[in-house]
Design a protein around this ligand. Structure first.
Ligand SMILES: [Zn+2]
Length: 462
C-alpha cells in the first residue's frame, strides 16, 4: 500500500507517466505470496478421481476471505465429486458483470513417467515445472492474487467482476455447465484458458491472440455389418471392405470453404506478419474469401486448413473378431471440427451423402456435441487487451483467433455470454506440454500475468 501511495503522488507531479510502474512495483510485492499459492496449487493433485478440487476451492476461498472478501461473496458449488468456485467482487455501477474464467482441475499425470515430481513446483533453467503450471493453475492463482490485491488497494470497479472457476474442464465440464446456467446474464467473459502470446525461439514476442470462437468438436461412428461366416468361403458385402470404401470417400471429400469476421481478421494479421506464398494467400483470402486459389494454398497447410472449413478425419478403426472368420462388424471413428454456426445434423447429412452407402450406418457419438457461436470482436475489449499487451511488448501484433477445440467458453458462448480467451502468458510454440509430460511455463510469465490482470481489469471494470 505505501508503494502505491508513493506512485499516486508521483503521478500527480509527473503527469501520470508512472501508472504502469506503480503496477510493476505492486507486482514485485505480490510475487512471494503468489509463488506460495502456486506451490500449494501444484502440490494439490486436482486430477480426475482424486476428489481434490473441493479442497483446493476451499483453500482459494480462504485466501480471498483473508484479503477482505465477505463469506457471502464467495460460494463453493459442489458438482458430483468436483466443485466450482464463485467469488463476487462488487462494483459501484449497475452494468452487467464481467466473468473471469479458469479451471481448477488438471489432466492426470503419472509420476512414474515424469522426469520430476509432477505435483511439486520445481524451478529450473528459467522454467517452472509441474502439472498445471501451464494449464492452468498459474492463471487460477494470478487471478486470485489480482483480486486480493485489488481488495487491499481499495479498488472499487464500476462493474462487478465474478470469478467463475470450474472443477472438471478437462473431463465432463459438468461444473462449467452449472456455472453457465447460473451466470449467463453477464456482459462478457474473459477466459485465461485460451488465447495468449507466442515467442519465437529467441524469446522475441511474435504475436498475441484473442480467442473469440471455437469450432465444435464431434465424433461420428461409421458401422458396417455383414453376416460373417467361414473365411474359406469369401462372400460379397464384407463389412471391412465396405467400411474401407466409405473411409476412402471421407478422405477425398473437402467441406466447403467458410469464413467469419474472426478468421478473416486472423488470416489477414498472420499474412501481413509473415512472408512467402502462404502469407500472400492469407492476405488475398482475407480480402476476397471467394479466391479459390488462395483457399487451396491455405488448405494445403495442415496448421491452417481448419481455419477455412469444417474438417473430418478418421481417427480409430476396429473390425472383425477372428483371424479365420469373415467380419460381422467393422467400425471407424470420424473426428470432426465443425465451423461455428454449422449444425451437427448438417455434418451428419453430408457424411451420409459422401459415404454414399446406406448400409454403412453413421451415428453421433456421446456426449452430444455442443456448438457455440463466435463472439463479436468488441472494440472495447480488443483496445483494452491491445494496450495491456503493449505495456509489456510495445507494438506486438494482436490477432483474433478461432481455436479448433473447446474450453469453458463453450458453454458460456452457448448461453449467450460473449467470451474471449485472453491468457496473459507468452510461450514458444509447442513448448508447454500442456496435458503431456513435464509440463512447464517460463518463470517470467508469472509476474507478467500479475501485471496483465491488474492492468486489463482496471481498464475493463472501471
Ligand atoms: Zn485448460
Amino acid at each position: 500500500m505505501p508503494i502505491r501511495l508513493t506512485f499516486i503522488a508521483a503521478c500527480m507531479t509527473l503527469a501520470c507517466a508512472s501508472i504502469a510502474r506503480a503496477a510493476a512495483e505492486t507486482t514485485a510485492h505480490a510475487m512471494p505470496e503468489t509463488m506460495d499459492m502456486l506451490r500449494h496449487a501444484i502440490a494439490t493433485p486436482t486430477e480426475e478421481g482424486k476428489d481434490k478440487v473441493p479442497e483446493f476451492a476451499r483453500h482459494l476461498a480462504d485466501k480471498l476471505e483473508s484479503a477482505g472478501f465477505t463469506k457471502s461473496d464467495i460460494e463453493i458449488i459442489p458438482v458430483g465429486r468436483t466443485a466450482a468456485l464463485v467469488a463476487h467482487y462488487r462494483g459501484s455501477g449497475k452494468g452487467k458483470p464481467i466473468l473471469l474464467s479458469a479451471h481448477m482441475d488438471v489432466v492426470t499425470a503419472n509420476p512414474k513417467d515424469w522426469t520430476r515430481d509432477p505435483f511439486a513446483l520445481i524451478e529450473e533453467n528459467g522454467y517452472l515445472y509441474g502439472r498445471g503450471t501451464a494449464d492452468m493453475k498459474t492463471d487460477v492463482i494470478t487471478l486470485v492474487e489480482t483480486l486480493m490485491r485489488f481488495k487491499r488497494e481499495g479498488f472499487v470497479p464500476g462493474r462487478e467482476m465474478i470469478l467463475v472457476f470450474s472443477g472438471d474442464e478437462e473431463t465432463d465440464m459438468a461444473s462449467t455447465r452449472e456455472l453457465a446456467k447460473r451466470y449467463h446474464d453477464a456482459e462478457f467473459l474473459l477466459n485465461a484458458d485460451a488465447g495468449g502470446g507466442t515467442y519465437d525461439d529467441h524469446l522475441t514476442p511474435v504475436d498475441y491472440e484473442i480467442q473469440a470462437a471455437e469450432k465444435t468438436y464431434a465424433d461420428f461412428l461409421l458401422t458396417a455389418t455383414s453376416p460373417g461366416g467361414h473365411s474359406s468361403e469369401p462372400a460379397p458385402g464384407n463389412a471391412i471392405y465396405r467400411l474401407n470404401k466409405a473411409l476412402d470417400h471421407v478422405e477425398a471429400y473437402a467441406f466447403p470453404v467458410q469464413h467469419n469476421d474472426i478468421t478473416l481478421a486472423s488470416l489477414k494479421a498472420k499474412g501481413e506478419h509473415s512472408k512467402g506464398l502462404l502469407a500472400q494467400a492469407m492476405i488475398r483470402f482475407s480480402a476476397d474469401p471467394d479466391d479459390a486459389a488462395a483457399a487451396a494454398t491455405i488448405s494445403a497447410d495442415p496448421a491452417y486448413v481448419g481455419q477455412l472449413r469444417t474438417t473430418c478425419v478418421a481417427t480409430m478403426i476396429d473390425g472383425g473378431h477372428a483371424l479365420n472368420a469373415l467380419p460381422q462388424r467393422a467400425t471407424a471413428n470420424i473426428n470432426c471440427r465443425i465451423f461455428p454456426d454449422v449444425s451437427i445434423d448438417s455434418v451428419e447429412a453430408t457424411l451420409n451423402t459422401v459415404v454414399a452407402d446406406p448400409t454403412v450406418k453413421i451415428t453421433v457419438q456421446l456426449p452430444p456435441p455442443v456448438p457455440s457461436p463466435p463472439s463479436p470482436l468488441r472494440a472495447d475489449i480488443v483496445a483494452a487487451v491491445t494496450s495491456t499487451v503493449h505495456e509489456r511488448f510495445p507494438g506486438v501484433q494482436i490477432v483474433p483467433g478461432m481455436s479448433s477445440g473447446a474450453s469453458d467458453s463453450l458453454y458460456f458462448r452457448n448461453a449467450g455470454v460473449p467470451s474471449y480467451g485472453v491468457s496473459p502468458s507468452f510461450g514458444k510454440a509447442n513448448d508447454s506440454f500442456s496435458h503431456g509430460l513435464n509440463e512447464k511455463l517460463l518463470a517470467t510469465e508469472v509476474p507478467a500475468a500479475l501485471d496483465f490482470w491488474h492492468s486489463l481489469l482496471t481498464k475493463l471494470a472501471k
